[in-house]
Design a protein around this ligand. Structure first.
Ligand SMILES: Cc1cc2nc3c(=O)[nH]c(=O)nc-3n(C[C@H](O)[C@H](O)[C@H](O)COP(=O)(O)OP(=O)(O)OC[C@H]3O[C@@H](n4cnc5c(N)ncnc54)[C@H](O)[C@@H]3O)c2cc1C
Length: 404
């Protein structure tokens, strides 16, 4: 039996190892467009690879066929991932429930995969972009610029179009479309947000602790706390990434999207008002700006004063109660209109993709094309930040490899 895998990324390498371990007599080939395997893995988790997460909640994953996503994930748990890596000699350590290689180097993961693929005798074709997938009488033909290769079964593991510089080419959608598979619109997810007339611009390059809540057509949605990164175009940081897939979808659906920022999420509104009252009417401080510097990064404090129409140089004790109310509103509920995301170039992942209606969730095999399997991010499934997308890649790759 000859198996051809398109893509030497997370799910493709996992599929190859799983197939070969179960059926050592199989001839398994991986075709990778880059000169190296696992380029995207090398960039994950800021180069440290947050490869899974022990905390699971079904609401952490999205896609039109959520039940199928969950049943696929059940077949290969985060503990299975830890065991898999331990078996390859990759020790892990946990930060809270987030798992990383103990070396804190994503390259450890790619190296371990490469060694195991070589050990198992998987045939690696690097710098080999598959340009077309054709059905033949016996199986499938994978075309590359140099040569056509014939296989009994194939696995499409070519990833999404997120981050083209890191191998987000999106070829899998084209293969799927050509084969007539249903594709759910592909949009950026886990991505930075662009703010209209960004009022935070003068505080660009600062970070602060905040809560961000999505608001779509006046409806408040997901809310996350954490480190907010302020940029010249808008907002970034993991808390922003976590709500970005909903905003991205809403903008694509031509809905109105905004976010509410709470710059002091650890305090209630009443507590913040009490603190403002205490320190603004404190005679030792010289100006409004200096009071705010005790609460926030000085640049953020200045923005909050400006947005509230308060002169930062004004003597703080002369500020009116009404001004404090406006300031309080900006600190606890600053509303920012979102006009766009930073797009596929900056996105960590994509939402949408080949519909899971096309796939048998027990095997990852296409219903329309027996012998064709699909894995990873090219499918319509996306997870929140925190190791959940790699877990999807491992789970789908393992399932396809075991069943191919
Ligand atoms: C900056 C960044 C950080 C991230 N951090 C994390 C993290 O910490 N934790 C987490 O869980 N997820 C993270 N992700 C997401 C995670 O990397 C992906 O979800 C995962 O790699 C998807 O696996 P995959 O196998 O579907 O695709 P990929 O890993 O992208 O692999 C697809 C492979 O197919 C190859 N390919 C494409 N087209 C062809 C073709 N025509 N012929 C041959 N080869 C082809 C590509 O070159 C690529 O190597 C991050 C993503 C990015 C961009």
């Amino acid at each position: 039996m000859k198996i051809g895998i398109i893509g030497g990324g997370a799910s493709g390498m996992m599929a190859a190892i799983s197939a070969k371990r179960k059926n050592p007599q199989y001839e398994v080939h991986i075709f990778e467009r880059n000169e190296i395997l696992g380029r995207k893995i090398n960039a994950t988790g800021n180069g440290r690879c947050n490869f899974t997460n022990l905390c699971f909640d079904k609401n952490f994953y999205f896609g039109e066929e959520r039940d199928r996503i969950l049943s696929i994930l059940e077949a290969f748990s985060p503990n299975d991932t830890l065991d898999f890596f331990n078996d390859l000699g990759v020790l892990y350590h946990l930060k809270d429930t987030y798992a990383y290689p103990r070396s804190e180097q994503a390259a450890t993961v790619v190296d371990a995969f490469t060694q195991e693929l070589n050990h198992l005798g998987v045939v690696l074709h690097c710098n080999a972009a598959v340009t077309a997938v054709d059905r033949t009488k016996q199986g499938y033909c994978l075309r590359t610029e140099q040569q056509n290769f014939f296989f009994d079964k194939i696995i499409i593991a070519s990833g999404s179009k997120a981050n083209p510089k890191l191998s987000g080419y999106g070829d899998g959608y084209l293969f799927g479309k050509k084969l007539g598979l249903q594709i759910v619109p592909v949009l950026p997810a886990l991505v930075q947000l662009v703010v209209a007339n960004n009022p935070l611009k003068t505080a660009a390059k600062t970070r602060c602790y905040a809560r961000v809540t999505s608001v779509i057509d006046q409806q408040e949605g997901d809310s996350h706390k954490g480190e907010l990164q302020i940029t010249d175009y808008g907002i970034s940081g993991i808390l922003v990434f976590q709500i970005s897939r909903h905003i991205s979808k809403a903008l694509w659906e031509k809905k109105r999207a905004s976010v509410l920022l709470d710059f002091m999420p650890e305090y209630t509104k009443e507590e913040v008002l009490r603190l403002l009252t205490k320190y603004f009417y404190h005679s030792r401080t010289t100006s409004c700006e200096n009071v705010m510097a005790g609460f926030f990064h000085r640049k953020v404090g200045k923005v909050l004063l400006k947005q509230s129409g308060i002169d930062g140089n004004k003597k703080n004790t002369t500020i009116s109660k009404k001004d404090l109310e406006v300031l309080l509103k900006n600190i606890k509920e600053m509303k920012l209109t979102i006009t766009d995301t930073k797009g596929f170039d900056s996105a960590q992942i994509c939402q949408g993709g080949i519909s899971l209606k096309e796939i048998n969730p027990q095997t990852m095999e296409s219903y329309q094309y027996p012998g064709l399997y699909i894995t990873g991010e090219v499918l319509d499934a996306d997870g929140i930040c925190g190791g959940y997308n790699l877990q999807w890649a491992w789970a789908t790759g393992n399932l396809a490899g075991r069943n191919v």
